[in-house]
Design a protein around this ligand. Structure first.
Ligand code: FAD
Length: 398
């Protein structure tokens, strides 16, 4: 008889683990136990329905920049299954991929169903049993399995982690990551829709600084800079009940470069009105707002009218404009959970529980999460592949 394996959770990690296990070990009897009536629901809605399934990692010099939690483990696991392996895996299994200019990888079909169809076909071909409406919160009913892989995803409330904690696993408290920020500033809300390509968002008093495009919305701040900031600052922001100062550098430059460019503007066209000549390619409406905030300007205010005090205020507003956040924004762009089963509770080379031999973990249930850009799915593919490999390498059952 082949190895009997139960995979709890029919999401990205669960399917990837089940399929790879069958490919490595065709005799294995593999079942996916999914609590809801449908599988792969997050894959379906991911990436705006296109599924940003991985990233080329080009320009990523330090994994901690893209995995605020779990970067050390990811580095180790990438020696076995990294983004190149994932890319090749999908292409080999009939899902051609395409790379965007921002290094994000999507199915060429621009449709998450390309991945769902691939997984469903492979599950059928390999006789993987899929049991929907099968909720599992104890290993008791799974005693007849040789191995169990927990791939239950993030648990924002922590309820989905309680049974694992009761078994003795250490749990890092779950808190949300990857969210936009509400800011109560009507002047800012009037600028809704403006994108600043090269902004820097930062959390004052910390080292957290993200240089990326920023979007002003009708409730506050969003875009890659804010989503990444929320990921790196997930715990801190949570601990402050999402009421924390957030700083924006609208120029992407440091203070001395900003001051120099403003002084050049004064020298080049001293008699022009400052409103007609936005620096740093700032959009007109944004520039009017920022200049209005920082100078005692009036109709016809010219560059040569800027005094020392105005200059200091302008530099300060351009480089460290500070807002107090008023909570998380109501809409979820891409929402993942920071926290989960502590990496201290698993063997880092196999994904096996240190508490319960034969029990494995994969995907977002673990305390690994990444910023936007395909990094979260990559963590799911990598951990699921390693779990499958470890189960395949178990000695055969009698
Ligand atoms: C709107 C949105 C967009 C996203 N877009 C992207 C993107 O483009 N790129 C990217 O990299 N990441 C994206 N993510 C994050 C990504 O979807 C997740 O990181 C990824 O799905 C995690 O995979 P998983 O298999 O670990 O968990 P999940 O996909 O959440 O799957 C877990 C499954 O387990 C089931 N389950 C839970 N508990 C039990 C139980 N007790 N018994 C049985 N079954 C159970 C759940 O019902 C679920 O089907 C997005 C997330 C959201 C919400």
């Amino acid at each position: 008889m082949g190895k009997r394996t139960a995979v709890i959770g029919g999401g990205a990690a669960g399917f990837f683990c089940a399929i790879n296990l069958k490919e490595m070990c065709p005799d294995a009897e593999v079942s996916i136990l999914e609590r809801s009536h449908r599988v792969l629901t997050k894959v379906e809605i991911s990436g705006g329905g296109r599924c940003n399934c991985t990233n080329t990692f080009e320009g990523v010099t330090d994994l901690s920049n893209v995995y605020p939690r779990g970067h050390r483990l990811m580095k180790r696991l990438f020696h076995i299954f990294d983004q190149k392996c994932a890319y090749a895996w999908f292409e080999r299994h009939g899902v051609p991929l395409t790379i965007q200019d921002d290094h994000c990888v999507f199915p060429k079909a621009q449709d998450s169903h390309a991945i769902i169809d691939c997984f469903m076909q492979l599950a059928r071909r390999h006789n993987i049993r899929i049991e929907t409406r099968h909720f599992v919160n104890s290993l008791q009913e799974l005693n007849h399995y040789d191995a169990v892989c927990v791939a239950t995803g993030g648990s924002p409330t922590g309820r989905g982690l309680a049974w694992l904690q009761e078994m003795g696993h250490q749990i890092e408290p779950p808190v949300p990551s990857l969210f936009s920020l509400s800011v109560k500033d009507t002047g800012l809300h009037d600028l809704m829709g403006i994108v600043v390509e090269n902004a820097i968002a930062f959390l004052p008093g910390t080292k957290i600084r993200i240089q990326a495009p920023l979007l002003i919305t009708h409730w506050g701040l969003s875009g890659p800079a804010i989503l990444k900031l929320s990921s790196h600052g997930a715990r801190l922001l949570h601990d402050h009940d999402y009421r924390h100062p957030v700083g924006i550098n609208w120029t992407g430059e440091n203070e001395s470069a900003v001051r120099q460019q403003l002084e050049e503007n004064i020298a080049r066209h001293p008699h022009r009105q400052i409103t007609t000549t936005p620096p740093f390619q700032l959009q007109q409406r944004l520039w009017n707002y920022l200049a209005g905030k920082s100078t005692d300007w009036h109709q016809g205010f010219r560059w040569c009218d800027i005094g020392k005090r105005d200059m200091n205020r302008l530099v300060s507003v351009l480089c460290s404009d500070t807002y107090t956040t008023a909570g998380r924004a109501p809409f979820k762009d891409e929402f993942v959970t920071c926290g989960g089963v502590s990496l201290r509770s698993i063997h880092p080379n196999t994904m096996e529980s240190r508490v319960r031999p034969g029990l494995y973990f994969a995907g977002e249930v673990l305390d690994i999460d990444g910023v936007t850009g395909g990094f979260n799915f990559q963590a799911a593919w990598t951990t699921a592949y390693i779990a499958a490999k470890s189960i395949a390498e178990l000695s055969p059952s009698e």
